[in-house]
Design a protein around this ligand. Structure first.
Ligand code: DOR
Ligand code: ZN
Length: 344
């Protein structure tokens, strides 16, 4: 039995670090585990311009203890009004690593998102031309569509036709939650990949709804039925270069989750590697963890692999019930549970 695993330093290809006071408490959790992170732009107001991204990047770096080796990779929040030249300039000067498509109204702070992909067609054409990655929140917002079907319908109505027209566009299907997404990504060409969160590997929708309603298991896209969880576990541990680590850590204050209308998002940054590795261990795929965590992401983005290593030990770690994030109480994923691996 492997009791210790040393891998190349990993990256998190999808995080929400928020802003202001809470950012100071959050950034160190992500920087402790990861060398780089793709930072989501859904602030209020959203990050839509290169100058705004550069300023946000500086606030993230200032939130870290001096000497921390961490690289925030910034994203542009696409709106109906995004200008292709502006975006391309931000990408070429390095202010943006990728752009994020939020269908308007799909999730937290997405009201300024895209109301119809036809409105950003020139932007997407330019992204295809310059090789800039499109990160996609893959859910339709049509109120007629059941919330558990929104991902599958997005693929059918929006993504498949889009990639038919723009076959060279680099797309990361963020936080895949369904077998439909796994099948789609596997069948697509090499320009299409997906991130998978720890929660969607661990829980199905029962975790939210059985024995009482559990707001800390609620995120978007919402966890689906068990067959989807199993498909995600197969994909993540398959060794396919198309799937990689993206936690979607999305903290909200405890009282904002434990509310009559609770916010979507799971705070998984503090024990993310531990959580993922438990899955790879259970699936007998420990030897495939390094590719998922540290190689597939940078290769897809066309970035260098990290130098240096991290080590995880097979030892029990107790996840606290609540974490004080610079003055805000946040309940972490796996709160109150024991995980079998610990980051050394
Ligand atoms: O659960 C989620 N929370 N899903 C998202 O897409 C956004 C995120 C957030 O920002 O809270
Ligand atoms: Zn997210």
């Amino acid at each position: 039995m492997t009791d210790s695993l040393t891998i190349r330093r990993p990256d998190d290809w999808h995080v929400h670090l928020r802003d202001g006071e809470i950012l100071r408490g959050l950034a160190p959790w992500t920087a402790r585990q990861f060398a780089r992170a793709i930072v989501m732009p859904n602030l209020v107001p959203p990050v839509t311009k290169a100058a705004g991204a550069a300023a946000y990047r500086q606030r993230i770096l200032s939130a870290l203890p001096p000497g921390t080796d961490f690289e925030p990779l910034m994203t542009c929040y696409l709106t109906d009004a995004t200008d292709p030249d502006d975006l391309a300039e931000g990408f070429e000067e390095g202010a943006f690593t990728a752009a994020k498509l939020y269908p308007a109204g799909a999730t937290t702070n997405s009201d300024n998102g895209v109301t119809d992909v036809a409105n950003i067609r020139p932007v997407l054409e330019r992204m295809q031309e310059i090789g800039m990655v499109l990160c996609v929140h893959g859910e339709v917002t049509d109120p007629q569509i059941d919330v558990f079907d929104r991902e599958a319908v997005f693929i059918e109505r929006i993504l498949a036709p889009l990639l038919y027209d723009l076959p060279e566009l680099k797309v990361v299907f963020e936080h895949a939650t369904t077998e439909d997404a796994v099948d789609f990504v596997e069948a697509a060409g090499p320009k299409v990949a997906a991130t998978i969160t720890p929660q969607h590997l661990h829980i199905n929708r029962n975790a939210m709804l059985v024995g009482g309603i559990r707001p800390h298991a609620y995120c978007l896209p919402v966890a689906k039925r068990e067959k989807h969880r199993l498909a995600l576990r197969r994909a993540a541990t398959s060794g396919s270069p198309k799937f990689f680590l993206g936690t979607d850590t999305a903290p909200h204050a405890r009282e904002a989750k434990e509310s009559a209308c609770g916010c979507a998002g799971i705070f998984n940054a503090p024990f993310a590697l531990e959580s993922y590795l438990t899955v790879f261990d259970d699936e007998g795929a420990i030897e495939r963890f390094e590719a998922f965590a540290s190689e597939n992401g940078p290769r897809f983005y066309g970035l260098p692999l990290n130098e240096g290593t991290v080590t995880l030990k097979r030892t029990e770690v107790q996840v606290p019930d609540v974490i004080d994030v610079n003055g805000t109480d946040v309940v972490p994923f796996h709160a109150g549970q024991t995980l079998r691996w610990q980051l050394a």
